[in-house]
Design a protein around this ligand. Structure first.
Ligand SMILES: C[S@@+](CC[C@H](N)C(=O)[O-])C[C@H]1O[C@@H](n2cnc3c(N)ncnc32)[C@H](O)[C@@H]1O
Length: 277
């Protein structure tokens, strides 16, 4: 028994009980707010996966700072990209209308919230990629942000095209209107689509089957199609180390951004970032 445990054992019972109460209050304090958000969410949303929320303001600034460091751009430029997409009323109206027209959305689900995808957008604006691939499209929220970035890049003289992959033939209903002019969805198994894809790929986003082996399989399939300074964004890096391993094996740098959702119970996922200097 060490000195601390010995002195605790000698503390009177009431003292130990008060200490337990104090420690419980401190620990529960971390869960109370998310728990409140959870109860509210149960009744105002029908989301079962791929949860949507905004990021806390400081979290967005940390994200901008990290992207600035990876891309060699100024912090203010990256932050301006994030502000640009958040203030994009046309995109918000497009998503809001399509979501409201779909039969699943309920109360809070009709709000347009981008989460970590604002980081995907900022990368697409900063890198001016000619080819973006996002595996796993779902409704097409990422598709919309990425094609919105390509639309603005094009107005500045940098052309690029987006390819989303999804095994679900109904995926991607948000990729419509003008956004559709900047990209398309390749339906079928992601790895099969990647193997058939004619590179080079400048920005690759992994977000399909979230099992560790499948994620690693995607990096293997796209590996030799990456352009010299391609960036990979992993949507599974809060769960697996597959992007870190791929980066170490292929002489690439790896950093991780941890999301902090605003007013939501979800602890957040993140963005694994693999890049070459
Ligand atoms: C987390 S969601 C993608 C979310 C999307 N990137 C976004 O920004 O909202 C995962 C998607 O991957 C798709 N998926 C799952 N397994 C797949 C596979 N083997 N090949 C292609 N798509 C797959 C699912 O149908 C689902 O739409």
């Amino acid at each position: 028994m060490n000195r601390f445990n010995r002195s605790l054992a000698q503390t009177p019972v009431l003292g130990r009980f008060l200490l337990l109460l104090f420690r419980a209050k401190t620990a529960f304090g971390y869960f109370l707010r998310p728990l409140g958000n959870l109860f509210r969410w149960l009744f105002v949303s029908r989301e079962t996966t791929n949860f949507t929320y905004d990021l806390e303001q400081t979290n967005k600034q940390y994200l901008a700072s990290l992207i600035a460091d990876v891309t060699g751009e100024k912090f203010d430029v990256i932050m301006a990209y994030i502000d640009e997409i958040e203030a994009d009323d046309k995109l918000r109206a497009h998503i809001s209308e399509a979501t409201t027209a779909s039969d699943w959305a309920f109360m809070a689900d009709k709000q347009v919230r981008f989460g970590r995808r604002v980081g995907w957008y900022a990368f697409a604006r900063a890198l001016k990629p000619k080819t973006i691939i996002e595996t796993g499209v779902d409704k097409g929220l990422g598709s919309c942000l990425l094609t919105a970035a390509l639309m603005r890049n094009s107005q500045e003289g940098f052309e690029g095209r987006y390819y989303g992959t999804d095994i679900n033939p109904k995926a991607g209903y948000l990729l419509a209107g003008n956004y559709q002019n900047y990209g398309q969805i390749l339906y079928g198994d992601s790895i099969a689509s990647l193997k058939e894809f004619d590179g080079p790929v400048d920005l690759f986003i992994n977000d399909s089957d979230h099992s560790a082996d499948y994620e690693a399989g995607e990096y293997e399939a796209v590996g030799d199609k990456l352009s010299g300074h391609a960036v990979i964004l992993g949507d599974n890096s809060h769960c697996t180390d597959k992007l870190l391993k791929f980066s170490l094996d292929n002489d690439r740098h790896f950093v991780f951004f941890q999301e902090k959702p605003k007013d939501h119970w979800y602890p957040g996922s993140g963005i694994g970032i693999s890049f070459k200097r």
